[in-house]
Ligand binder design. Structure first.
Ligand code: ZN
Length: 1001
């Protein structure tokens, strides 16, 4: 249900697909063969990914089908349609939402959300991208697969698309209180608010506006997700017409993946397609007319209160590149982009980031082939206005230099190593990774199987590289000598937010003044009708469902061995890993002051950013890429499984490598732990500015997490720490550091932390590897552990007693929609009430909060969530235009749940939705991590499982009474809102209003 924002600088790593253990392929079809109305077009085995790909076409309609036969239980289904647009009304996005509002065979409101509770799906979603819309799901259960496929197929081909659904999901005029004609008329609608939130995200705004400016005259000059001022131009009739013309088999692509038989897929889908004849899908131009000279376009965004006002300009150069139908050229350009931009050793990083010209690369930086004509962009954010010219000159001079000198052979070797390792790394969602990797090109006419044959591309690359002039010629053609070059500059404007409000008010006034008496009557009636519709109890028996028996009674156990090396506990997970070793270490912390703790995330990042006394970070980064799949240092906080007032905090080191590089991986870690040069203040400055910018940018997308973390921080010591390490406190702290000139104090703090953490006595290690790599790991581990200093003086901890506090806090931010959270204390993981609270939260979300917060209040999302490990019960809302009403909804949900009688089916559904995540397939690197990180054994998980399965109606009522009613009546909860200031939130009515830049934060 989200708009897909393709983040292209990461696309390269994603495109390096992964590999599973060697097994035989089962598909026995041959090209030309006819099956269930389909003709097999190609059958190709792709050994590097251990799969067989089968391309088919439905003969009567021309529908395309790609089946990936692979020995993987996590099967995927997806159906998608080409949906290029001619305007920014968001018609494909609103259609994506309304399609899921009920269909002929499943005539209930929102069968998609209802199925979330009747299934063990490991993934269910829908995406609107720039020129296509896709509906994927994944599950390991064959009955579930058939159920969901039926619901998805009926939804896309036979949706009801009722006018009220259009109004609810798209946009409508409605009284503030729908039943009260004396309250003002407003714009409402789920997509309308979703896109108001999305366009408040400065990174999204930058990415989409740059793309729009790059491709004038094509579908990409519009915003397929919808631009709020244009959304309110869309009519219901236009929505129906768009469905009619685009959601047709002739314009469809089907994707199936996994170990379920192809014949079953074809017979089920073929049955649906038999009533259609071929049509010609609508044509919208996707190919841009190349420019004769460069262009400059400027845009505006909101002024960010957390960053220095004079460093908020964003700019980039975008170069029109190849036709994305050319698979090898795509591959080459991705690699060129990686070599230019990725990591400390890349020339653009050195020239633009290391020099502190900007805080981070701009959101569009990288190679992007999500459009029919690809483009490569290089840019910066956090730039001083005076440096705009300089940044452009710097980019061009680096390009000239690289063209002349070429790339270091080692750097190219490192890139190829990353691809090799990426193919071997097993992930649990491989089928979805492939789908995301091919969708955009497939919809643009590329043969998707060509995209999977990575080794073919690598071989050709090696050959062409040996001929010379490979990257140089591309830099010349696309980046230096290209008239179709866009300079896109976005500047902050203090009036931006209020201008948006004025625009909306003016647009609203225009619409309202044009209303006739009859229109007004209809608005009131429709408002009432929508409300009563939303309140109607529905008969859901038409929907298929799994049952309690479909949930396995026993946990999937992970065999672990525990040994010791140098007095350090080691957890071994020996399994087939495709020749990769996965390493993780946790070093628990001594008692640190809160002041020092604020520096801990920076300390972790410094280990992988500053370099050592003898080597620059560029050199070390090159080694990391040449020998490992990436190294990481991070903070960890974990609530004790038997007491929520106790916790463990530490620093974690994680990494993986091919077994042939085990000793090199530990050597690099040793170097970083012992020799990091905290005195390099220039690099430190770069790191701080980049971190601050990244944190600030993440709020618009994850505001509900920040709100929840802040509210939770009042309630348990673990969350108090999480807030310091990753919450609003950390954002404010990092922003302040970014504005500090003299970093000598910071250097001192980092050195102090370095002297206190990562000691032998505080360490524990987990290794996942193949049998034959154990002894090499042991040898290297002994060297690594014994190199660490033994525990210094045992830190005498005057352990503070944690006292929960109950407060209402408001963080003012320039978002046109808000985020909120209300949190109360629950119980530890091993307490029998934990499972019951989890089921309670699911029931409240499904049967009350989703309807009230999303459907009625128009927020993009909202509900309740019980954190089993953290022991906290929280309410939250996401991109919420009516936050204060939502706070009332939180309260009224408690009254509601006391009165509501739940059926056995409803309780089963709540359990199914919980087991979806409990039983989701894991990456091999994650196996055994519950034990290692949280100390939770398979026995404890089995006990918890049984508790969950046994929860009854009576338990639910008791939980609501004991925890929700109890806490609320004693005012024992904390509330946090992030967003636009209103006069209803003030100190007088009990709100603590945070001021940016004040030391109290
Ligand atoms: Zn959406």
């Amino acid at each position: 249900m989200s708009v897909q924002l393709l983040c292209t600088s990461r696309a390269f790593r994603k495109a390096a697909l992964q590999l599973k253990n060697a097994k035989s392929y089962t598909t026995k079809v041959t090209p030309g063969q006819q099956l269930h109305g389909y003709r097999v077009q190609q059958v190709r085995s792709v050994p590097e990914l251990e799969l067989t790909a089968v391309a088919l076409q439905h003969e009567a309609t021309g529908a395309q089908h790609l089946h990936i036969d692979r020995d993987d239980v996590n099967n995927v289904f997806a159906v998608g349609f080409g949906t290029p647009v001619k305007d920014s009304t968001g018609v494909p996005h609103i259609l994506e939402h309304t399609t899921l509002c009920g269909s002929q065979q499943y005539p209930v409101r929102d069968p998609f959300f209802k199925m979330l509770n009747r299934s063990l799906a490991t993934f269910m979603n829908a995406f609107t991208a720039a020129d296509y819309t896709i509906y994927p799901f994944a599950t390991t259960n064959p009955v579930d697969y058939a159920n969901l496929r039926s619901v998805y197929m009926d939804a896309v081909f036979h949706p009801r698309l009722e006018k009220l659904d259009f109004k609810q999901e798209g946009w409508r005029l409605e009284h503030e209180v729908p039943t009260d004609a004396s309250t003002p008329i407003q714009f409402k609608g789920v997509v309308y608010n979703e896109m108001k939130g999305q366009t408040s995200d400065a990174n999204y705004l930058y990415y989409s506006q740059a793309q729009q400016a790059m491709f004038p005259g094509t579908t990409y000059e519009h915003l397929s997700g919808g631009d709020p001022p244009a959304i309110t131009n869309l009519s219901y009739e236009q929505l129906l017409e768009f469905h009619q013309s685009h959601y047709h088999p002739s314009n469809a692509r089907f994707y199936t993946y996994g170990n379920f038989p192809l014949e079953d897929h074809l017979s089920a889908i073929g049955k649906e397609l038999q009533n259609y004849a071929a049509v010609k899908p609508p044509h919208v131009n996707k190919i841009v007319q190349p420019w004769t000279g460069p262009r400059t376009v400027t845009g505006m965004c909101a002024l960010d209160p957390l960053s220095p006002p004079d460093r908020q300009t964003k700019l980039s150069l975008s170069f029109l590149a190849n036709d994305s139908n050319d698979v090898f050229e795509n591959f080459s350009m991705k690699l060129l982009s990686y070599l230019l931009l990725d990591g400390h050793a890349s020339p653009m990083y050195k020239a633009l980031i290391d020099t502190n010209l900007g805080s981070e690369f701009s959101a569009n930086t990288g190679y992007d082939n999500s459009t029919r004509s690809a483009c490569l962009s290089i840019g910066l954010q956090g730039v001083k206005e005076d440096d705009v010219q300089l940044v452009q000159e710097r980019i061009r001079s680096v390009l000239k230099q690289v063209k002349q000198e070429g790339f270091d052979a080692k750097r190219i070797e490192a890139a190829i190593h990353q691809m090799e390792l990426g193919q071997k790394h097993k992930t649990a969602d491989f089928g979805l990774t492939i789908m995301h990797g091919i969708s955009s090109d497939w919809f643009n006419g590329v043969d998707p199987i060509d995209l999977l044959e990575i080794n073919k591309n690598i071989d050709r690359l090696k050959h062409e590289l040996s001929q010379g002039n490979f990257f140089e010629s591309r830099i010349e053609k696309y980046l230096l000598n290209n008239p179709h070059t866009l300079t896109f500059i976005m500047r902050p404007d203090a009036q931006y937010s209020s201008n948006l409000v004025s625009e909306e008010n003016a647009r609203l006034a225009k619409k309202v003044s044009a209303l006739t008496e009859a229109d007004r009557k209809e608005i009131l009636e429709k408002g009432k009708e929508l409300l009563s519709n939303q309140d109607k109890t529905e008969d859901l028996s038409c929907l298929p469902t799994l049952h309690l028996e479909d949930i396995s009674k026993t946990v999937k156990r992970t065999a672990l061995d525990h040994t010791g090396l140098c007095n350090t506990p080691i957890q071994w997970r020996t399994t087939a890993t495709n020749g990769i070793t996965y390493f993780r270490a946790i070093s628990t912390l001594p008692q640190l002051s809160d002041d020092l703790k604020l520096y801990l995330p920076l300390f972790c990042d410094a280990l992988l950013s500053l370099g050592t006394k003898s080597q620059s970070m560029a050199e070390i980064d090159e080694e990391i890429r040449l020998y490992t799949g990436g190294l990481r240092a991070s903070t960890t906080v974990s609530t004790n499984h038997s007491d929520i007032d106790h916790m463990e905090e530490g620093v974690a080191l994680t990494g993986n490598c091919l077994d042939r590089n085990i000793d090199k991986m530990y050597d690099i870690f040793m170097k970083l732990v012992h020799d990091t040069n905290f005195d390099d203040v220039e690099k430190l400055k770069t790191l701080i500015v980049g971190n601050a910018s990244g944190l600030v940018n993440s709020i618009a997308d994850s505001g509900h997490v920040f709100a929840r973390t802040y509210a939770s921080s009042m309630l348990t010591p673990a969350m108090q720490n999480a807030e310091i390490l990753s919450g609003m406190s950390q954002v404010a702290f990092m922003s302040q550091l970014a504005a500090t000139e003299d970093l000598s104090n910071v250097v001192a703090k980092l050195k102090e932390i370095s002297s206190l953490v990562l000691k032998q006595g505080s360490l524990r290690v987990a290794v996942t590897c193949g049998e034959d790599a154990i002894s090499t790991n042991e040898k290297s581990l002994i060297k690594f552990i014994s190199s660490l200093p033994e525990q210094g003086k045992a830190s005498v901890s005057e352990s503070k007693v944690f006292v929960p506090q109950f407060r209402k806090t408001f963080f003012p931010l320039p978002f046109s929609v808000n985020f909120s959270a209300k949190v109360l204390r629950g119980v530890p993981y091993t307490h029998p009430d934990g499972a019951k609270l989890q089921v309670l939260s699911s029931l409240m979300t499904t049967h009350y909060l989703h309807r009230e917060i999303r459907e009625k209040n128009g927020a993009y999302g909202g509900g309740a969530r019980y954190a089993g490990l953290g022991g906290l019960f929280s309410f939250y809302s996401y991109r919420d235009p009516r936050t204060l009403e939502t706070l009332d909804t939180y309260s009224s949900s408690v009254d509601w749940v006391q009165k509501r009688q739940f059926t056995d089916q409803e309780i089963t559904e709540a359990k199914l939705s919980i087991f979806q995540s409990v039983d989701a397939p894991q990456n091999v690197s994650e196996e055994g991590m519950f034990q290692f990180v949280h100390g939770i054994s398979d026995e404890m998980r089995q006990w918890r499982r049984e508790e969950l399965l046994q929860v009854t109606q009576k338990d639910i009522k008791e939980m609501a009474e004991r925890y929700l009613v109890g806490s609320v009546s004693r005012n024992e909860y904390s509330t946090t809102i992030l967003g636009e200031v209103t006069d209803k939130i003030s100190a007088e009515n009990g709100w603590d209003i945070k001021q940016w830049g004040s030391p109290s934060l």
